[in-house]
Design a binder for this molecule. Structure first.
Ligand SMILES: [Cu+2]
Length: 167
């Protein structure tokens, strides 16, 4: 909880609002890609372009759990790839290790961001390369919250800083 004084008036900014603002800033101009369903909010899904011949690609988003009970992301599906896996990435000395995780915990009141901390959606055996401007449909399934279809635009790595970006 942070309290700010403006001209004698006390403005109380809730931690939830601050988190939302932080998320909004992180997501930049791509806020239009938000999906709210039940207690969950999916912010700024995106995928990265892949070079020709690449078999795998990565997709990312943030999940906010506004509820009072923990949830879990248990499955991601996409017609863009033969299979879709949830991965964590950790450093083992100088070695980057990716491993499949069966589910991703989304605690109550918490935003879990794929892309930071090493979590990502791995698209395995892509149907075709992911090109900037195309969209990757993803179906996210949560243990409590159920399933939602989102569209992840393929964005170049610097697109987050591009204020003119819109889809
Ligand atoms: Cu991976």
């Amino acid at each position: 909880m942070r309290i700010k004084r403006i001209r004698g008036a006390t403005v109380v900014l809730s931690t939830r609002l601050l988190a939302a603002l932080a998320l909004a800033l992180a997501a930049g101009a791509a806020l239009a890609h938000d999906y709210t369903f039940g207690d969950l909010r999916i912010a700024h899904p995106y995928a990265r372009p892949t070079p020709p011949g690449a078999r795998t690609g990565g997709a990312y988003f943030a999940v906010r759990n506004n509820g009072t009970q923990a949830d879990r992301l248990v499955r991601v599906a996409s017609p863009a790839a033969q299979s879709v896996e949830l991965h964590s990435m950790t450093m083992d000395g100088n070695l980057m290790k990716m491993r499949a995780v069966p589910a991703l915990d989304i605690p109550a009141g918490v935003t879990v961001t794929l892309g930071s901390g090493g979590y990502h959606v791995m698209l395995v055996n892509l149907a075709h390369p992911l090109t900037v401007g195309s969209n990757v449909p993803l179906t996210l399934t949560f243990e409590r919250g159920g399933s939602i279809d989102v569209s992840a635009p393929v964005e170049a790595p610097n697109a987050g800083a591009d204020i003119a970006h819109r889809n």
